[in-house]
Design a protein around this ligand. Structure first.
Ligand code: CP
Length: 312
C-alpha cells in the first residue's frame, strides 16, 4: 500500500489505513532509537525545515531528532529569529524557504488553518506541528501509538480526556483520531472549558471527573491553556485542582489497570499530582519516546518516496 497523503494537516484527512500505516512504520522506527548508533541513511539528501511560531519542547526536539536519525538535513527557525520581526508575512517567509527546495516544512503557528493555507501554496510537504486551537495530528498519532502499544488495541477502549477541552488542539485531534480507530471518547472538564456542540466530534461529555474516569482504560489529562484564554475560566487554580485535578485518591474510582497520559507540558499539582504523573500507570515519558518514532515514520512516509505517484 502507498501512503497517499502528501501533507499531514489534521486527523480528519488521514484514512484508517493511513493511520495504521503510520503506527506500523513508527513501531519499526522505534528500534533505531535503541541502537548504539542511532542513525540510518533512509532520508539522506532530504531537507526538513522546522518553523515554530510558538514555544515547543517535545514537538520541536523530536522532529529535529527524527530528521537526524534518518540522516535528513534539518534547519530550525523560530519567529523571533526570523525576518518576521521585520514585518515579513508568513506566506512570504514560507515562499522564501520554498525557494531553497526543502522536502518537508514542519510548522507550528498560532493561527488555525495556517498549515492548510501553506499546503495549497508550496511544493514541499507540510506537516502541522500544532495550529492554534485547531489540530495537533502528530501528537494524536503518537498517543494512538502509545495506547496501541500498551493495550494491544485501540478499538473498544474508553478514553477519558479531561481538562481545558475548549482550547486544546490535542483534545480535538485525539477525539477525531481515537473515534476513527474505534475507541469511545469521553470529554470532561468544567462547563466553561467544554465547547458547545463538541459531541459532533463523536465524543460524549461529562462535567464530572469521577464519571469520566470510572470505567476508563486510558485517562488523558490536559493543562489549562492560559495563553489562549481571554479570562481564567475557573475561580482559582487551587479550586480547579480540587475539582478536576487527578490525584491518587481520585484514581481509586478508576479501573486498576488504567493508564495515565498527558501531552505535556504538565502543571504539577494543578491538573495532575506528581505521584500520579510519576506513578506506575503513567505513560507520559513513553509518549515522548514514541513521539520520535512517529515523527520518523511521518518524515519517511511523506519524504521517502513511498507516496502514491498519482496521489495529491
Ligand atoms: N505536546 C506538545 O506539543 O508539547 P510541546 O508544546 O512541548 O511541543
Amino acid at each position: 500500500m502507498k501512503f497517499a497523503s502528501k501533507n499531514i494537516l489534521d486527523m480528519e484527512s488521514l484514512s484508517v489505513d493511513e493511520i495504521n500505516m503510520v503506527l506500523d512504520t513508527a513501531d519499526s522506527m522505534k528500534e533505531i532509537s535503541e541502537r548504539p548508533v542511532k542513525k540510518v541513511p533512509t532520508l539522506r539528501g532530504k531537507t526538513v525545515v522546522l518553523f515554530f511560531y510558538e514555544p515547543s519542547t517535545r514537538t520541536r526536539a523530536s522532529f529535529d531528532i527524527a530528521a537526524k536519525r534518518l540522516s535528513a538535513d534539518s534547519l530550525s527557525l523560530s519567529a523571533s529569529s526570523s525576518s518576521m520581526v521585520k514585518g515579513e508575512t508568513l506566506v512570504d517567509t514560507v515562499r522564501n524557504l520554498e525557494a531553497m527546495h526543502p522536502d518537508v516544512i514542519v510548522i507550528r503557528h498560532p493561527a488555525a488553518g495556517a498549515p492548510h493555507l501553506l499546503a495549497r501554496m508550496v511544493k514541499s510537504a507540510i506537516i502541522n506541528a500544532g495550529d492554534g486551537m485547531h489540530a495537533h495530528p502528530t501528537q494524536s498519532l503518537l498517543d494512538l501509538m502509545t495506547v496501541r502499544e500498551s493495550k494491544g488495541k485501540i478499538a473498544g477502549l474508553r478514553i477519558a480526556i479531561i481538562g481545558d477541552i475548549a482550547h486544546s488542539r490535542v483534545a480535538r485531534s485525539n477525539c477525531i483520531g481515537f473515534t476513527k480507530m474505534g475507541a469511545d471518547v469521553v470529554l470532561a472538564g468544567p462547563p466553561t472549558m467544554i465547547p458547545k456542540g463538541v459531541e459532533a466530534l463523536g465524543a460524549s461529555v461529562t462535567y464530572s471527573l469521577d464519571d469520566a474516569i470510572g470505567g476508563a482504560d486510558v485517562i488523558m489529562m490536559l493543562r489549562i491553556q492560559k495563553e489562549r484564554q481571554k479570562h481564567f475560566l475557573f475561580s482559582t487554580e487551587r479550586e480547579y485542582a480540587m475539582v478536576y485535578g487527578l490525584t491518587k485518591d481520585r484514581l481509586k474510582n478508576a479501573p486498576k489497570d488504567v493508564l495515565i497520559m498527558h501531552p505535556g507540558p504538565i502543571n504539577r499539582g494543578v491538573e495532575i499530582a506528581s505521584d500520579v504523573a510519576d506513578g506506575p500507570y503513567s505513560l507520559i515519558l513513553e509518549q515522548v519516546t514514541n513521539g520520535v518514532a512517529v515523527r520518523m515514520a511521518l518524515l519517511y512516509l511523506v519524504a521517502g518516496g513511498l507516496r502514491d505517484a498519482d496521489a495529491d
